[in-house]
Design a protein around this ligand. Structure first.
Ligand SMILES: [Fe+2]
Length: 379
């Protein structure tokens, strides 16, 4: 059994991970989007996020507007520019809507910056203290793949709704949550031959351990292929699989992503639920679109994955996939891209013991993605 390490908030379960960058969890995920107000409405209506905080002209922010939404432990920040030019406009022009910041909650943002930059991380933002009547927050930041950044957030001395510069966002429109609990993992797509470089970055600069590796033999169909490695911090609370395209007869979905995103970026955000059937039923009724898996997937499925607690019928009806590993099984499903470009999407996952990522479903899934690529003319 792993022993509790004083440096770790939570138990260290991967002993090869280093102890220099203790992370409590994901603090927030910030997307730069073309129209934050309408995106916020989508995440509330379709996904059941609730309104938390706002920054914009009314709070003295003349450059950009941000909406903060939350569902259980998942916090999203949606940001749009208020004027022409500048880094946010440029980001949207290059990438379309997409994830700019994966913010990590730490006890000491200054130390997090020192430990990572001294190991080779490129600084995005030196430690900076901001305060208001609710206390203070210290943030620092480093660059990761593409134009994506990690912001380290130290908030132990802050009692406000989100951060200095934000006010509570009160609204009469409060759709019910859909059972989404926390971010299970966030996947990055990187360019040809770049997977190992970025896995080494997470190992060396952030002290992460490598959990698993999939090569193109694991993840290929008749037509397309990709490779993937999963990096995790010591407690397993932060898991970042990194994908790169692999040679196939047709164009890899990772290459399609890189083409439309104009480089590396976040491919999907996997969010956990305790009842995937109810969550997916709810999301579907609110207009969230999911990848379709052909009915043959469910033929002999129980012979492949063994006994499961759930009835097969509703899983089949909702198109939910099942996979098993040594520790248990998992249920998962993927949305279609939630943006105009075929770039970012969500995964809904319910773990029943399994700590893996659904390797047994890769083939069925990628055939479904190929079908979508075919429709887009990008296969
Ligand atoms: Fe995933």
């Amino acid at each position: 059994m792993a022993t509790e390490n004083a440096n770790y908030p939570g138990e260290k379960i991967f002993k090869e991970a280093k102890d220099f960058l203790p992370i409590n969890g994901t603090d927030y995920v910030e997307l730069y989007v073309g129209n934050a107000k309408q995106s916020a409405h989508y995440y509330k209506t379709a996904f059941g996020f609730e309104s938390v905080a706002y920054s914009g002209l009314e709070t003295g922010n003349k450059e950009s507007v941000s909406y903060v939404l939350q569902q259980d432990k998942i916090r999203l920040v949606l940001t749009s520019p208020l004027k022409k030019d500048g880094p946010i406009n440029e980001h949207i022009n290059n990438h379309g809507d997409g994830v700019k910041v994966i913010a990590l909650w730490v006890e000491d943002a200054t130390k997090a910056w020192e430990e990572t930059t001294s190991r080779g991380a490129v600084s995005f933002m030196k430690p900076e203290k901001t305060e208001d009547e609710h206390g203070y927050v210290v943030r620092s930041g480093i660059h990761t793949y593409g134009e994506t950044i990690h912001i380290f957030v130290e908030r132990r001395n802050y009692k406000g709704v989100f951060m200095p510069g934000f006010k509570a966002w009160k609204t009469d429109f409060n759709p019910a949550p859909t059972g989404l609990k926390y971010i299970d993992h966030m996947v990055g797509n990187v360019g040809w031959g770049e997977m190992n470089k970025w896995c080494e970055f997470y190992a060396k600069v952030m002290g992460f351990a490598q959990l698993v590796s999939f090569d193109d033999k694991d993840i290929s169909t008749e037509y397309t292929a990709l490779m993937s490695k999963v990096m995790s911090n010591g407690t397993g609370r932060i898991k970042f699989p990194i994908n790169e395209p692999a040679e196939g007869r047709k164009k890899s979905q990772i290459e399609e992503y890189i083409d439309f995103y104009n480089g590396a970026g976040v491919q999907h955000i996997a969010v956990a639920t305790n009842n995937i059937i109810e969550t997916v039923r709810d999301l579907r009724s609110r207009g969230v679109e999911f990848l379709y898996v052909p009915e043959v997937y469910y033929d002999n499925i129980l012979e492949r994955v063994g006994e499961i607690d759930e009835d097969l019928e509703p899983l089949k009806e909702m198109n939910i996939l099942i996979d098993r590993d040594d520790e248990g099984y998992l249920l998962q499903i993927f949305t279609k891209p939630v943006l105009d470009r075929p770039t970012m999407f969500f995964e809904i996952i319910q773990r029943k013991g399994a700590q893996s990522f659904g390797k047994g479903n890769f083939k069925a899934l990628f055939e479904s993605i190929e079908h979508e690529q075919e429709l887009r003319g990008t296969l």
